[in-house]
Design a binder for this molecule. Structure first.
Ligand SMILES: Cc1ncc(COP(=O)(O)O)c(C=O)c1O
Length: 400
């Protein structure tokens, strides 16, 4: 006998099957683009992938060899929750070599990609209900992780006048309306590819700290700076939290390894969280990451490829009919204004994929307010593909 729709058993089963309210966060639309692209490829089409934000290159050979040696050696056990000590020391040394800043290895925490760095640092610094400022447009998981943790992401609109970054005035304005507990910035940023000038970063860090707002700097795209050298918030304040990763400059997305430089007073809290949430970061990846620092020449060669791509796009796209984009400072993203062609960037991206076989990510993934007028193009691929993409985009726009 079947139960009636309103029976207590069905209601109880529905309650058990339902996901929590805090898990109700938006999906990543770029995944839909990737699926559609895969279907075109399965049918024999050649898609140029400009939707995915990851290097086409492999991890440096030094990293791969170190991992191979470790595998041959045998046992891969847990490490200490904060990371392998020699890796933490190597990361600290990187700050001296790259920025001339002394960082105590005791402040370095190895993480499972920068993604787990956000989780750990938000948990260590914020309570449910706390308000945290982020730039709009911005990387969607900032909003979604904060929301899942019960915090409130506060979108600060950025535009050409602010050079697409959060200004001290905008931060204080939001803080006056309702107090903020934190602010998170990225430079170079995703999806915009724009960077904060050293002075702008320093002023924002100081403004935030004087107002009692914790500063978090996502520096995952450091190393991929073309317009001017990226500066680290670690050089400005020991109270800022730095989030970094081996995913981008080091070409190690799938290895899932990153790091944070924490204020000393928060290290123990993060250690307790990591012990309980992850135990430790994958050991093989930590071993490979330490050796990746020795692969600088390979990573620089990859970076030169991006520089070439950047020139191909910034000179080719205006001629192809797409002249408006944000300053292409760093990372491997070009954020193009497509308002003259569409009010629906998702539909535009779908047509570009279906008709020209160029996969791009609609701005709505990154900006709930103005994203329908933007498209993000990733130039992490090969220069020949970029030239072909410019040609196809030109044909597509001419066809209308
Ligand atoms: C701005 C930004 N931060 C963080 C991440 C997360 O990277 P991962 O977890 O691989 O370090 C990404 C990935 O695309 C990103 O674009």
């Amino acid at each position: 006998m079947s139960a009636s729709p309103s029976s207590p058993r069905i209601e109880a089963a529905a309650r058990l099957a339902g996901a929590s309210r805090r898990s109700e966060i938006a999906p990543f639309i770029v995944m839909d683009v990737m699926e559609r692209a895969a279907r075109i490829e399965a049918a024999g089409g050649h898609v140029i992938h400009m939707e995915v934000g990851q290097p086409a290159a492999s991890a440096p050979s030094t990293a791969r060899e170190a991992a191979r040696r470790a595998l041959d050696h045998g046992r891969i056990g847990y490490t200490s929750a904060l990371g392998i000590p020699s890796l933490r020391a190597r990361i600290a040394r990187h700050y001296g070599e790259t920025y001339g800043v002394e960082v105590d290895p005791a402040r370095v925490v190895v993480t499972t990609g920068s993604s787990s760095g956000f989780l750990l640092t938000f948990l260590a610094q914020f309570e449910p209900g706390d308000r945290v400022a982020i730039a709009n447009p911005g990387y969607p998981p900032y909003r979604h992780i904060l929301t899942a943790l019960g915090c409130e992401p506060v979108l600060i609109e950025t535009d050409a006048a602010s050079r697409w970054v959060i200004t001290p005035e905008a931060l204080l304005d939001a803080h006056r309306r309702k107090p903020l507990k934190g602010v998170l910035v990225a430079s170079p940023a995703n999806p915009t590819g724009t960077m904060m000038r050293p002075q702008a970063l320093a002023e924002l860090v100081r403004t935030a700290e004087s107002a009692g707002i914790r500063f978090i700097s996502d520096e995952i795209y450091h190393g991929l700076d073309y317009a001017f050298p990226a500066s680290t918030a670690a050089a400005i304040s020991p109270e800022a939290t730095i989030i970094h990763s081996f995913s981008k400059y080091f070409c190690m997305t799938g290895w899932r390894v990153g790091w944070m430089v924490m204020p000393q007073t928060l290290v123990r809290a993060v250690e307790r969280l990591q012990q309980n949430l992850m135990i430790s970061v994958p050991t093989l990846s930590q071993i490979a990451a330490e050796a990746a620092f020795d692969g600088a020449s390979e990573m620089e060669a990859v970076k030169h490829g991006y520089e070439e791509n950047r020139i191909i796009l910034t000179t080719g796209l205006p001629a192809a009919g797409l002249p408006e984009f944000l300053p292409v400072d760093g990372a491997f993203y070009l954020y193009a204004d497509v308002a003259r062609f569409t009010d629906d960037s998702a539909a535009f991206a779908r047509r570009l994929l279906d008709e020209a076989h160029v996969a791009a990510t609609p701005g709505v993934d990154f900006d709930p307010h103005r994203g329908h007028h933007y498209l993000r193009l990733s130039y992490a691929g090969a220069p020949d593909e970029m030239r072909e993409a410019v040609r196809r985009i030109g044909d597509f726009l001419r066809k209308g």
